[in-house]
Design a protein around this ligand. Structure first.
Ligand code: FAD
Ligand code: DLZ
Ligand code: SF4
Length: 527
């Protein structure tokens, strides 16, 4: 890559807000121009949650100001700039002209859709475009492909995160001592499934009040994206590198110690419990995954957090996060259309309103509406589990998840939804479906006590829908699931079920599928 005296336009995308991003390597303040653009096509590629757009635009504007503070020339196109062409390609072409740039440098986009577009800009721009590797991930594309390919060069039918994770522990050295896993075990997940006793106090989160830049962006979002899902106010996310680092420090000092024990717990009115809420900051680049792991490991070495908490946290980041990204690039573009269980029911309207009599779903969806956040178990074992059991179309579920969470980008959202939650890839990501009846939700939460359904009842109008939908799911997918050896026992139980009990399950499920709960979204009547 020849640069010398060439004027380089460095194009930084909204999820590349890292000072160390490869597109800024070797940038020279007097010579180069950094280009960033708010574009309508991104904000509406799906109708993203209002809070997500406000967060990202504010973080982008702050990042641009920080670069200007270092002496860089930053050309920042605002959404409401008069000549904003509305998409990346048009905005970039204008910027190349405006600055008479000799070449464009950018870091590879995180999503296939934008990478394909970037490759087409190569043809359209009058200057060369370099697309550099995103070095913020700990495993490169090549390393993942090599790990995921058998010695004979084939792709196996399933991949297991646990083995990838061990490899990543060895490679990064996190929580290793003398080549062995700290404490003698790779994984302490078995210690991380406790329900939350009333006596445990959840730590209060720091609040980052919107500054002038955020307020301006919030006005813009209220004006331009008012029909999008979700609440804009209150807004309390960190939007600068400085605040993001302070927030990480808060998490490590105040919440990390409880992260392990109560990782799977859910509590009414407590959306975060001991979860980190770091994904939004890591995914857009304000925090680096390595620094999050380093801070957590230090807390363990200093005796401030137990091993089960720190190992669990590090596993999520160097294990799950990297694994999921690897699967996305390995499996796209076909992955977007997988539907191994042939699930065809439409997404019910309550996903947009939160209005359902099922309290667990009502809680998780209304928290999502308010915060653009729900924690992993709410996503997987409440919302995802419901969609799996009810046979909702994976593409509709996938689009919903992409819209509603502030950390959602296709590369991380898609494999989690279609692979982990819905088993729509036939078990490439998950060794068996994460299907559970109401008793799991009852064990891990206090939701059932305030529900109009009775979690103990198996049949009839008052019975918890998860209870009969669970058996109905097994029945509807028996042929496929019986091939999965981890499902053998439960499919055996289905086989032994008395026919009148099975009829009852089918009747209850049919009634549920026909009920108001399952009605599709309808625009409220005008007036
Ligand atoms: P914590 O529980 O505190 O975990 C720490 C960190 O580990 C997270 O910040 C995240 O960076 C990482 N992490 C944990 N689990 C995963 C995972 N399965 N995949 C990738 N990273 C993980 N995560 C996203 O970042 N974006 C998404 O769009 C997204 N969609 C999901 C959809 C479904 C159906 C499911 C089951 C999971 C999804 N996840 C997604 C993974 C996970 O739920 C979120 O990363 C997590 O809830 C974010 O909250 P947190 O920062 O408090 O995480
Ligand atoms: C998510 C998002 C949104 C809503 N808006 C913008 C934007 O206006 N400008 C921008 O650079 N990035 C935005 N993003 C993040 C991009 O969608 C993300 O960088 C690409 O999808 C990566 O492939
Ligand atoms: Fe959810 Fe069933 Fe519990 Fe109601 S009873 S909260 S529907 S699990």
């Amino acid at each position: 890559m020849l640069m010398g005296k060439q004027k380089v336009l460095r194009f930084v995308l909204g999820d590349q807000l890292s000072r160390g991003i490869s597109s800024l390597d070797g940038a020279e303040p007097g010579r180069d121009v950094i280009f960033m653009a708010e574009v309508n096509a991104e904000a509406t590629s799906v109708k993203h949650h209002k809070k997500k757009i406000a967060f990202l635009f504010s973080a982008m504007r702050h990042f641009a100001d920080e670069l200007r503070g270092e002496g860089f020339t930053v050309d920042y196109m605002r959404l409401d700039d008069e000549d904003n062409p509305g998409d990346f390609g048009g905005a970039l072409a204008q910027a190349v002209d405006r600055h008479q740039a000799d070449r464009v440098v950018m870091t590879e986009p995180s999503e296939v859709r934008v990478l394909e577009a970037a490759e087409s800009w190569r043809e359209e721009l009058a200057v060369e475009l370099d697309i550099l590797t995103d070095q913020r991930f700990l495993a490169s594309h090549e390393e993942f492909v090599s790990w995921a390919t058998t010695d004979s060069g084939e792709q196996p039918k399933t991949l297991r995160m646990e083995y990838f994770y061990r490899e990543m522990r060895r490679r990064t050295g996190f929580l290793m001592s003398d080549g062995e896993p700290e404490g003698g075990q790779w994984n302490y997940d078995a210690d991380n499934r406790k329900s939350l006793p009333d006596s445990v106090t959840v730590p209060a989160r720091p609040v980052f009040k919107p500054d002038e830049i955020t307020r301006e962006v919030m006005d813009l979002v209220a004006d331009r994206f008012n029909t999008h899902f979700g609440d804009l106010e209150p807004f309390d996310y960190p939007v600068t590198r400085k605040d993001a680092k302070a927030y990480l420090g808060w998490f490590v000092d105040e919440a990390l110690a409880g992260f392990g024990d109560w990782q799977d717990a859910m509590k009414q009115g407590e959306p975060l419990l001991f979860h980190s809420h770091l994904s939004t900051l890591i995914n857009c680049g304000l925090l680096d995954p390595r620094e999050c792991c380093e801070r957590a490991e230090k807390a363990y070495r200093d005796g401030a957090a137990p091993l089960n908490a720190v190992e669990g946290f590090i596993r999520q980041i160097i294990g799950w996060r990297e694994f999921i990204r690897g699967v996305y690039w390995l499996k796209m573009p076909d992955y977007a259309a997988v539907n191994a269980l042939d699930a065809r029911r439409p997404l019910p309207g309550f996903f947009w309103t939160g209005e359902t009599e099922m309290n667990c779903l009502g809680q998780a969806i209304s928290e999502t509406t308010a915060n653009a956040y729900a924690h992993h178990i709410q996503r997987l074992m409440v919302i995802g589990n419901f969609c799996l059991l009810a046979g909702i179309d994976p593409q509709q579920v996938q689009e919903w998840f992409l819209i509603v969470y502030s950390d959602a980008y296709e590369w991380v959202e898609m494999p989690n939804v279609v692979g982990m939650a819905l088993f729509a890839d036939g078990g490439f990501v998950a060794s068996k479906p994460y299907a559970a009846s109401g008793s799991y939700i009852n064990k891990m939460s206090d939701y059932c006590g305030s529900c109009r359904f009775d979690v103990k009842q198996k049949a009839g109008e008052k019975a918890c829908p998860f209870n009969y939908l669970y058996w109905n799911f097994l029945f509807e997918n028996e042929e496929i699931l019986r091939k999965n050896h981890r499902m053998g026992l439960i499919i055996g139980s289905l086989g032994k079920m008395k026919s009148d009990r099975l009829d009852e399950v089918r009747r209850d499920s049919e009634r549920f599928f026909e009920s108001a709960e399952m009605r599709g979204w309808q625009e409220p009547a005008a007036g």
